[in-house]
Design a protein around this ligand. Structure first.
Ligand code: URA
Length: 226
């Protein structure tokens, strides 16, 4: 891979910026500053340093976000702000896409990656990835409603798979589901004559929000996900 491309993919800057950084002798390749942007490097074995720190090449990147309300889950949109607008500068955006979707008014855990295979695997209906939502609802929830939600409810031509409900109070629950149908949680609560007032995803597969502040992003490893 060309050195300038490597540096761009490591998030050092744009192609133009990394050229300047190389000319300014801030990049060392195997101990030498005698290099040019066009040089080919081996991204796995060569030692590339930027201001004394070794740069690590990663083909795939994984980030989690605590999504704020008001952002749509899409990579681009002409009218609305997207979750990509919440990404800080240090995130490598190249080929990055959200895994699944949270509604515009939903907050909480959203995974973004450029690992297309993993994205597909996590969304495949075969794979039954657990997702937990913290849900605030309009009306008091009864034991009967909880049983219905746990057994499966009709959300319009689809009966949901068994789910888990943990009651926090009469109007607050944690709901863990294995599917990701469009507006699933809202429709499930509607199926028991209730209404979601606030929705936040707290876990997805092995990932959890774990104190990540609203709007914040952090990089995670593949082993943290599944
Ligand atoms: N279910 C919903 O209804 N909305 C979401 O954003 C996620 C799950």
């Amino acid at each position: 891979m060309r050195l300038d491309r490597f540096l761009v993919e490591c998030g050092i800057g744009s192609r133009k910026e990394v050229k300047k950084i190389i000319s300014a002798k801030e990049i060392k390749v195997n101990g030498s500053y005698d290099i040019s942007a066009k040089d080919n490097i081996d991204e796995y074995s060569d030692v590339i340093e930027y201001n004394g720190e070794r740069l690590e090449y990663k083909e795939f990147r994984y980030y989690i976000m605590n999504k704020k309300a008001g952002y749509i889950t899409a990579t681009e949109d002409t009218r609305e702000a997207t979750v990509m607008d919440l990404l800080p500068e240090w995130v490598i955006r190249k080929d990055l896409a959200p895994v699944g979707r949270l509604d515009k008014d939903t907050e909480g855990l959203l995974l973004l990656t450029n690992d297309g295979k993993l994205n597909h695997k996590l969304l495949s209906p075969k794979n039954h990835v657990d997702k937990t939502y913290y849900v605030e609802i309009e009306n008091n929830i009864s034991q009967e409603d909880i049983l219905k939600l746990e057994e499966g409810v009709d959300i319009g031509n689809y009966i949901t798979l068994p789910a888990k409900v943990e009651k926090i109070s009469d109007t607050k629950i944690y709901l863990t589901i294995k599917e990701g149908k469009f507006h699933q949680v809202k429709k499930m609560l509607e199926a028991v004559n209730n209404k979601v007032n606030y929705l936040q995803r707290t876990t997805f597969a092995k990932l959890s929000l774990d104190g990540l502040a609203l709007g914040e992003v952090k990089e995670v490893n593949l082993e943290d996900i599944i």
